[in-house]
Design a binder for this molecule. Structure first.
Ligand code: CAA
Length: 380
């Protein structure tokens, strides 16, 4: 077993840390307050090669491994999870899905722009009545011969307003249930697409989250991904790999809160000494450190398995569930260590706590991850 990172992985981690600590930090509070999209940062991340990190260079990506991606995501999410989720959806759902399952023509036409970050992508699976229960897709894709006709509504779509390329799951053969679902690449400018208002969220307020409505949207046949009926399997395969991104984001939120709580505990005095000298605070920091170390190891293990072409279904579910749940615990304790200061915005930890909550919900709730893990455990 090798626990060392390569020179290249460390360089990528450092580049992400530098950008987060120098640039993202400057306006993160203001963007959170105003729910303002981080246009400048998305452009800069594209220039750093962080929007198509794992896409091979022949499709204009960075050709990096998943371990590097985990390291970069942690650093970005330590400071700003809104930017981290934009990065995660583009990298691990959209680019990954197209690179792995798209045709050569689809890659030439869509993947290159997305990997360079010239265009942003979104993954449209969730619906008003199909969140965790993703097999029950109500959006329909009627086969019209040389095109499909899409009708329906997608909900909670990260990058829904800014994306130029949508990957949309829709039902073509209802009688076949989930075996009738297809996945399509849909150009955002296609007539019949309406984007709902920006959701006024509790956390990750500066990432854009929208509903997207489809009314008689014509999608060319060549934009279907894979064989007829591959859509649900495609969504599951993409999500199981993609969850490594959100797990690393949750890890970053936890380690960001931990770093702030540790620094504060070493400065703040109470009862004649720094509060870090009180065992009640020191033990909280100890518990936080152990949880973060465990979450990091789970994320890196899942990334290593993916890089070595081994199954990741259970490893990514474990990483996502554990990292999201401990992010909630660690950020809550970080607020507690800060006392009253933790409850005001300038100290960042209340924002990190709000951000942590979403990691337990999107890309499969913690409960969905437990379904996946428990089924595997019970199967033996
Ligand atoms: N790989 C390949 N195939 C898989 C799979 C996987 N990881 N998981 C399931 N499947 C296949 C199954 O084999 C089965 O196929 P067959 O019928 O041919 O055997 C089919 O998919 C249905 O699977 P299940 O019977 O397990 O289906 P289920 O109804 O019990 O649900 C679930 C399984 C795990 C709960 C699934 O519905 C799920 O993952 N739900 C959560 C959806 C989700 O994560 N949504 C996130 C939206 S994207 C997002 O949030 C992005 C963002 O903006 C940040």
């Amino acid at each position: 077993m090798n626990f060392e990172f390569t020179e290249e992985q460390l360089m990528i981690q450092q580049a992400a840390r530098d950008y987060a600590q120098r640039e993202l930090i400057q306006d993160v509070l203001e963007r959170d307050e105003k729910a303002e999209y981080p246009t400048r940062h998305v452009k800069n991340l594209a220039e750093l090669g962080f929007l198509g990190m794992m896409v091979p260079p022949e499709y204009d990506g960075g050709g990096m491994d998943t371990i590097s991606y985990v390291l970069a995501m942690e650093e970005i999410a330590k400071v700003d999870s809104s930017v981290a989720v934009i990065m995660s959806v583009n990298n691990s759902l959209v680019c990954y899905g197209l690179n792995k399952y798209g045709t050569e023509e689809q890659k030439q036409k869509y993947l290159k722009d997305l990997a360079r970050g010239d265009k942003i992508g979104a993954f449209l699976l969730s619906e008003p009545e199909a969140g965790s229960d993703a097999t029950h897709q109500h959006t329909s894709a009627k086969d019209m011969g040389d095109y499909y006709l899409l009708n329906g509504t997608k909900n909670w779509i990260t990058n829904g307003g800014t994306a130029s390329t949508y990957i949309v799951m829709a039902q073509t053969h209802p009688e076949k249930k989930h075996h009738g679902i297809n996945a399509f690449i849909v150009d955002r400018n296609t007539p019949g697409i309406t984007v709902g208002p920006h959701e006024n969220k509790m956390g990750m307020r500066s990432s854009d989250t929208h509903s997207v409505m489809f009314t008689d949207v014509k999608v060319p046949k060549e934009n279907r991904i894979g064989e007829d009926g591959f859509g649900f399997k495609f969504a599951m395969l993409v999500l199981e790999a993609g969850r490594i991104g959100i797990a690393s984001q949750a890890l970053g939120i936890a380690s960001g809160a931990f770093e702030r709580a540790t620094a504060y505990a070493k400065e703040r005095k109470a009862f004649g000494t720094e509060i870090a000298n009180h065992q009640s605070v020191a033990f909280k920091l100890s518990d936080m450190a152990v949880k973060i170390e465990n979450a990091r190891n789970l994320c890196l293990k899942a990334a290593w398995l993916k890089d070595n072409h081994q199954p990741v279904t259970v490893a990514s579910a474990m990483a996502k569930q554990y990292a999201a749940d401990i992010a909630m615990e660690v950020t809550t304790e970080a607020v507690q260590i800060h006392g009253g200061y933790g409850y005001v915005k300038e100290y960042h930890v209340e924002r990190l706590m709000r951000e942590a909550k979403l990691t337990q919900i999107y890309e499969g709730t913690s409960e969905v991850q437990k379904i996946i893990i428990s089924r595997a455990v019970l199967k033996g």
